[in-house]
Design a protein around this ligand. Structure first.
Ligand SMILES: Cc1ncc(COP(=O)(O)O)c(C=O)c1O
Length: 420
């Protein structure tokens, strides 16, 4: 669990805020974020990669809360957006269009037009038809529009087959043959500056090896055409149940490989590696450890074979356990004492797949009304939440030292019925 979660006199705190007081003030289920954790994660990442001074574009899909985006922007990040919705939120958060890249395997023409109208100049492109559309739309622009070609490199990476995106059986990217055809004849797209490759491989990648393979592939392709940008995507891991390589290990290996990066034959002047600009798009790594989901036990059901704790957060609030069989840390808010027993932590949704944790050891004295804290819930938690079963999305709260403030209101029944 994040180091900013700790017990003081038997009670759980995040940074300087007691969790029982947060539950009292804002209700449950409640997403809570630690500001210090976000800032430290970004700083540590910047330091680990300082050797190549990369452009960092936070991947908003991990969590697009406006206030969290403001913090990430202030910490030095640009943004990777996947939809007009994410673009609108990032612009509202104050990101400038030149620091935003628009991505996605299925951008509609009206969505590309929206991006162009809002001033976005960087697009990751995933099919030849999309490239032709972007070229046509770019012809009406006064500014230069840059396209990065997303290559599907057929590299295995990622913590679960749903979040592995760089294999040839995945829907993402252009094939190598398609990328080569464009790099050999960029003049076929006269209104675009074809100026880089995009190689996001997957999420929760547990070693630098897949990135190193991707760099090799990019180095090979750059012999055809001397593009300036190499976007290695996100994918940096978070410790849920397993130890993961520290970010410094990735930093050392990737910076080392980039510094040896070959110059294309027709470019002689700068030193090796100096004429390529690296872009990263971390999402999970920055925001997962900073977020927690606080939930209250509604019922305890002791059965001959299992003990269930039915809590007030469900798969609609945090779908990762149900969708990816993801493991999240679960702790009692009261400091655990005495003998443990094994519990199933389940939500109120009408699905047997609605669980947050299975076979978890918690104090046997645990009772209805007690609070549980679920860790590493900041990424793909709230952003994947839904109104399934007519449930209202939780509030989100930001903790900074001893202060807390609401950064997204709890949904109301009026919000739920307003669209009809
Ligand atoms: C293109 C792209 N970039 C970046 C990310 C962020 O990945 P992560 O949260 O693992 O850093 C994703 C996640 O799906 C993605 O699809």
């Amino acid at each position: 669990m994040n180091k900013y979660f700790n017990y003081q006199k038997g009670e759980g705190f995040i940074e300087g805020c007691p969790l029982s007081a947060l539950a009292e003030k804002y209700g449950t289920p409640l997403y809570i974020y630690s500001e210090k954790t976000i800032r430290e994660s970004v700083r540590r990442f910047q330091k680990a990669f300082s050797g190549i001074a990369p452009i960092i574009r936070y991947s908003c899909k991990a969590n697009s809360n406006l206030r969290l985006l403001e913090i990430l922007k202030e910490a030095g990040c640009g943004a990777d957006v996947i939809s007009p919705g994410e673009l609108a939120i990032t612009l509202t958060a104050g990101f400038t269009p030149k620091n935003i890249i628009m991505e996605g395997v299925g951008k509609r023409e009206d969505e590309i037009k929206f991006g162009l109208k809002k001033g976005v100049s960087f697009f990751s492109v995933e099919s030849l038809s999309e490239l032709a559309t972007l070229n046509r739309l770019a012809s009406k622009q006064k500014r230069e529009i840059t396209a990065l070609l997303r290559l599907n490199p057929d590299i295995a990476a990622g913590g679960h087959h749903y979040i592995s995106t760089g294999k040839k059986e995945n829907k993402f990217g252009l094939t190598e043959a398609e990328v080569i055809s464009v790099l050999k004849n960029p003049a076929a797209f006269p209104h675009l500056k074809i100026n880089g490759l995009h190689l996001h491989l997957g999420s929760q990648i547990d070693s630098p090896e897949p990135y190193l393979k991707a760099i090799k592939e990019a180095e090979r392709l750059r012999q055809i055409y001397p593009f300036q940008f190499l976007d290695l995507g996100g994918g940096f891991p978070v410790r849920y149940d397993k130890e993961m390589a520290e970010i410094e290990v990735f930093g050392k290996a990737i910076c080392g490989a980039i510094k040896k990066f070959d110059l294309p034959p027709h470019r002689a002047s700068p030193a090796r590696g100096e004429d390529i600009k690296i872009i990263f798009e971390p999402g999970r790594h920055f925001i997962a450890p900073a977020g927690f989901l606080l939930t209250r036990i509604i019922y305890r059901k002791d059965r001959p074979h299992k003990r269930f704790l039915v809590v007030d957060a469900g798969m609609n609030d945090l779908i990762r356990p149900s969708l990816y069989e993801a493991w999240h840390n679960i702790q009692t808010v009261r400091e655990p004492k005495g003998k443990n027993n094994s519990f199933e932590i389940v939500g109120p949704v009408c699905e047997s797949g609605d669980f947050l944790g299975k076979e978890r050891l918690l104090p046997d004295t645990i009772k209805e009304g007690d609070l549980l804290l679920i860790g590493e819930a900041g990424a793909y938690g709230f952003s994947m939440s839904s109104n399934y079963n007519g449930r209202l999305r939780p509030a989100e709260v930001l903790v900074s030292g001893k202060k807390s403030r609401i950064i997204r209101k709890r949904e109301t029944l009026e919000n739920l019925t307003a669209q009809f």
